[in-house]
Ligand binder design. Structure first.
Ligand code: HEC
Length: 143
């Protein structure tokens, strides 16, 4: 066997092991629902950065408005008008759905505090916006 073939085999073996050991639960979504989910996720990331940037800059009330509008409970059911196969929520196991709900609730709680303009309190709550993102990503995957 050439060295190159041996290295290739070793790398393939490693990645197969890594896949076998992935502890996240695989949630099979219909392709259109996966597309909706991933688009929403990329928007989430942008929203999170917008909220952090505004809060750090002292524009706390604006940060709260963005948090509610883009991540808060008012966004729940945002895909309701799409065909069922393009809606991520109904295809999620209950535990995954629940983490999603907690994320929306954390954003709404942040928005409530930010609406008072209290920068210290808003800063202290910033990490809670990320908590559900982390819990869900560590527990679930779609591919
Ligand atoms: C209820 C579960 C859940 C929550 C909550 C959640 N995500 Fe995700 N996210 C996922 C899943 C599932 C994927 C796809 C992982 C995979 O590829 O298997 C994903 C993928 C992503 C991606 C990659 C998108 C792409 O194009 O592949 C980004 C970015 C992301 N999430 C950001 C966030 C941010 C930021 C938050 C919090 C504001 C968040 N997510 C909250 C479940 C969640």
């Amino acid at each position: 066997m050439t060295l190159r073939a041996a290295v290739t085999l070793a790398v393939l073996g490693l990645s197969a092991t890594a896949l076998a050991e992935d502890p996240r639960q695989l949630v099979k979504l219909p392709a259109p629902a996966e597309e909706t989910l991933r688009q929403e996720m990329r928007d989430n990331l942008v929203a999170l950065n917008e909220i952090i940037t505004l809060t750090v800059a002292g524009k706390v009330k604006e940060a709260g408005v963005v948090a509610e509008k883009k991540l808060g409970t008012s966004t729940m059911g945002q895909h309701r008008t799409k065909p069922l196969e393009a809606r991520p929520g109904p295809h999620m196991p209950p535990a995954m759905h629940e983490v999603g709900r907690q994320g929306h609730q954390a954003a709404t709680a942040f928005a409530g505090v930010a609406a008072t303009g209290d920068r210290e309190k808003a800063l202290a709550l910033l990490p809670t916006l990320n908590a559900a993102c982390i819990s869900c990503h560590l527990a679930f995957r779609v591919r």
